[in-house]
Design a protein around this ligand. Structure first.
Ligand SMILES: [Zn+2]
Length: 185
């Protein structure tokens, strides 16, 4: 069976992001560029057109459902789109409760565009070595720990994904946080 036929069976001929029963196209989730069952998703024209540049914000509320997909490529796409939409409260809430395996998280982060820079909640550019304060309680993915609002992370590093900064909180373990949920000290 071809990749597309396998994927059409997986999604039951519904868009894997918004569940529309419409003509579907296979989309290879970056950085992958070839359509394979593991690294591609089936999407409708509406989703395809906005997949890296969401315009119709209400349409993308569909991610509240599709983020729970069992398909890693769908999870990765949903996480990226929610991250792009995280000026919306509902998208932030979704990101807070979304769970992804570490492999998927790494995939999701490496596929985001790499040429913008991290900015804090006030739009101040963050640089390596800065100290930041976490501005809201953030769950640590895959654990029941929470990084408390007000936690100071000293001497941050900037990774491949400009939306994230990493560093040690309270001298403890190293962690990643979304740059927009921090404030530069
Ligand atoms: Zn769709």
């Amino acid at each position: 069976m071809s990749s597309e036929a396998t994927m059409l069976e997986r999604c039951q001929s519904k868009c894997e992001l918004c569940a529309a029963e419409a003509p579907l196209t296979a989309f290879a989730v970056p950085p992958h560029s070839h359509v394979t069952v593991d690294y591609a998703i089936m999407v409708c024209d509406k989703c395809l057109g906005e997949i890296e540049d969401p315009q119709d914000i209400n349409h993308w509320r569909c991610l509240n459902d599709s983020m729970w997909s069992q398909v890693p490529a769908v999870q990765v796409t949903a996480w990226r789109q929610l991250t792009r939409l995280n000026s919306e409260t509902w998208a932030q809430d979704a990101l807070d409760i979304m769970y992804m395996e570490e492999d998927q998280m790494n995939w999701a982060m490496t596929g985001m565009s790499a040429d913008d820079k991290p900015f804090d909640c006030n739009g101040v550019e963050l640089k390596k070595g800065d100290d930041v304060t976490v501005i809201k309680d953030l769950p640590v993915k895959g654990t029941n720990q929470v990084i408390k609002q007000g936690t100071v992370i000293r001497g941050i590093s900037i990774g491949n994904d400009p939306k994230l900064v990493s560093g040690k909180a309270n001298g403890g373990q190293s962690m990643y946080v979304i740059a927009e949920f921090t404030r530069k000290k």
